[in-house]
Design a binder for this molecule. Structure first.
Ligand code: FES
Length: 576
């Protein structure tokens, strides 16, 4: 193995390399003996609780690799937390960071002559940015997840009945409920104090856990690695399950190198189908549409947006997790984690068990001893496929129509629409801020379709998440009665009647730009249509006279300026 792996480092005892190594604190003769040079890609920051444990994990990995005769080389990348950017003028830096992190990891890996890679993920985009460079470089490697935040509880309704399952979503909706006068200041303070007792990613089936589940389901993370809590509380060390995963991941990396199993041997078409199926069964975030397309592109796997819909629509929702259900991610971990979901899907014939994984075994072999949900002690976190939380076809659908000639995504999270469709008058806003002001002023009422446009990948730029709008609607009790459509995207926290990723976006001359206040908009999941209910001739006339607003000025050479010039549409995963 050493012969195959350590070519650059084998003559590091002499010459300039030895000088460089000594100056950096390495012993050249030790470096020359190394059996693996492992890029430890870690998007560490102390700026947010999603990734503030990543450095500790990276250090553990370096030590474990050293104990195995290898050398771990740290490579950093800028982890952006949506919790810090959503609803602000800097929200455009979020989605863009996915590609920037992947580029940072690729750069460090090749520049430092790594021959294998462990990527520590975390907050939403880091989940995609972990898999992208593994697929791109095809270096031996796998993903370690720093963990999700532990949940909390309060003793007043409507939250008391949720038990120990409260997450950031409950605080955000409580905050909107307080604004609307529906709960007291003391109750909001209780929520604020309890929902996140420690660090970790947002604690249910939001985007970070969607992406960790995808990493596990696609075979690039060790079993049960996607759901563990990050710590015991904010003052403690990282959780023992995380430490065990880190140690086990180093052992797995060496097995992969011994057996010659690379990421593209694992991330094959069938593995992508397994990952999409699992994410649908768990009620994953709409962001999976952007990220899975981007990862597939890196892996050289042909996958289009319509494929995701076709794979997902046959899958029942079986995990009772927030935002659609009751439980936090840690509750899933406590009943066995993602493997329990996958076992149920495999037994139902919805997964392909023959694919390879980072254990060096096939998926079916990994799941051989895992119990079915119905064989677990009484629990209501994972439902049997025969008795699902919601039947197939009720989670995320890809629609098109006169308002979305290319595509858009509808998220229902297990709900069905009364009358089979949502039909209502448009309230049109050219920014998230304008829509927020109208909702807060009571200008959005049951039956409305809120339209937020010019917030796409080019228009915003960076396609920000409209989560604060969906939280306001939920907190004001409007979540079931108001639809929201946008060329932006949603957070995994978002739930309601939501259509995002409308393509072409407004800034590219998409028909969302011609909607006027009071126009009737129809969302129909059965026919898979999103339409503006006006005569065809009227639509043609409006499109002919459409004036696309000028794009905002950006400093030339800034990352957002480059992003705006390179980014593709959401229809193609916003890849560059
Ligand atoms: Fe980082 Fe939700 S904001 S995981």
């Amino acid at each position: 193995m050493a012969d195959k792996l350590a070519s650059y480092w084998s003559d590091a005892k002499q010459g300039l390399r030895a000088v460089e190594l000594r100056a950096a604190g390495f012993e050249p003769s030790e470096a020359a003996r190394t059996n693996a040079v492992v890029t430890i890609a870690n998007a560490y920051t102390n700026a947010h609780r999603c990734n503030n444990r990543v450095r500790r994990i990276a250090d553990l990995l370096v030590d474990a690799i050293a104990a195995s005769g290898g050398q771990g080389l740290l490579v950093g990348a800028p982890a952006v937390s949506d919790a810090l950017t959503q609803g602000t003028k800097n929200a455009g830096y979020s989605l863009m960071s996915r590609d920037l992190m992947a580029d940072c990891i690729e750069t460090g890996h090749f520049a430092h002559h790594g021959n294998s890679m462990i990527v520590v993920s975390g907050c939403d985009k880091t989940g995609a940015a972990a898999l992208m460079p593994l697929a791109r470089t095809n270096a031996f490697g796998l993903v370690v997840y720093p963990g999700t935040s532990s949940p909390g509880r309060v003793d007043f309704e409507p939250w008391a009945s949720k038990g120990n399952n409260l997450t950031l979503m409950d605080y955000m909706e409580g905050s909107a409920a307080r604004e609307a006068g529906r709960i007291s200041e003391d109750e909001l303070t209780s929520l604020q104090k309890c929902v996140m007792p420690g660090s970790g990613t947002c604690g249910a089936m939001f985007t970070a856990n969607t992406m960790s589940s995808i990493a596990e389901a696609i075979g690039m993370m060790l079993p049960r690695g996607a759901s563990h809590p990050a710590d015991y509380d904010a003052a403690s060390d990282i959780h023992d399950d995380v430490k065990n995963q880190a140690q086990a991941s180093v052992a797995a990396l060496y097995r992969l190198m011994e057996k010659g199993i690379r990421p593209r041997d694992i991330m094959v078409r069938e593995a992508f189908e397994n990952a999409i199926t699992t994410a649908y069964a768990m009620g994953g975030s709409t962001n999976l549409y952007l990220h899975v397309l981007a990862i597939a592109r890196e892996a050289g796997v042909s996958l289009a947006i319509e494929d995701l819909h076709r794979i997902g629509e046959r899958v029942p929702l079986i995990a009772n997790l927030q935002p659609h259900g009751a439980h936090a991610m840690v509750s899933l971990h406590n009943v066995g984690g993602v493997p329990v979901v996958m076992k149920a899907l495999l037994e139902a014939g919805l997964l392909q068990g023959g694919v390879m994984t980072v254990t060096g075994k096939t998926l079916a072999e990994n799941l051989a001893e895992v119990p079915l949900p119905e064989d677990l002690p009484e629990q209501d976190v994972v439902f049997p496929v025969s008795r699902p939380f919601a039947p197939p076809g009720n989670h995320i659908s890809v629609l098109s129509g006169s308002l979305a000639p290319e595509s858009c995504v509808l998220k229902l999270s297990g709900k069905t629409l009364e009358d089979g469709e949502f039909r209502g008058p448009a309230k049109v806003f050219d920014s998230e801020q304008a829509a927020m002001a109208a909702i807060r002023d009571g200008g959005v009422v049951p039956g409305d379709v809120v339209v937020v446009r010019h917030v796409g990948p080019v228009g915003a730029p960076g396609m920000p998440e409209m989560v604060h709008l969906t939280i306001q609607l939920q907190g004001r009790g409007l979540g079931k009665d108001v639809a929201l459509i946008t060329d932006g995207r949603f957070s995994g926290v978002s739930h309601g009647i939501l259509v995002g990723h409308i393509c072409p976006e407004g800034a590219k001359g998409g028909p969302i730009g011609v909607v006027r206040d009071g126009d009737v908009i129809v969302i129909n999941p059965k026919t898979r249509r999103l339409d503006l209910d006006i005569p065809e001739a009227e639509m043609a006339s409006r499109m002919a006279s459409l004036e696309v607003p000028a794009l905002s000025d950006l400093p030339p050479g800034s990352v957002l300026d480059k992003y705006r010039r390179l980014v593709s549409s959401a229809h193609h995963g916003c890849v560059q």
